[in-house]
Design a protein around this ligand. Sequence first.
Ligand code: RTP
Ligand code: MG
Length: 140
Amino acid sequence: MTERSLVLVKPDGFARGLTGEVLARIERKGYRLAALAILTPTREQLAAHYAEHEGKPFYEPLVAFMSSGPVTAIVIEGERCIEGFRSLAGATDPTKAAPGSIRGDFGRDWGKPVQENIVHGSDAPESAAREIGIWFPSLG
Ligand code: RTP
Ligand code: MG
């Protein structure tokens, strides 16, 4: 089924100049770019985006990290692109992520209280719709 997914190049990926690399991998895979923006997330956007993690030990460091600088927000489109992008991204823990994946090729543990793992990708059609509404209200 043709889906949309919300991808973020997180502040670590943006600062390291990996936005182009992430976009190239998305395009080489055959997914289409439907929207793209560079912005520094507000606490309100992050509270909405990460509502499911509120109260967890990594929540505050995660919000601090994600608001520390610009991100690239991208809407991608394609058959099963939600699962497909998570496969391109690799495991959450960049030390465990398989080589060949974005996190496996470029991520590692920096000894910080939150995993800095370069990208975010929606994990289900419902969360994709919710997240696209947060980052691109005009597409909602
Ligand atoms: P994402 O939402 O960013 O695509 O990543 P994910 O589904 O693989 O991971 P999730 O469980 O949704 O966690 C969201 C983000 O929080 C940070 N995190 N740090 N210190 C930790 O143990 C820890 N756990 C999660 C990561 O940045 C993760 O991507
Ligand atoms: Mg997640």
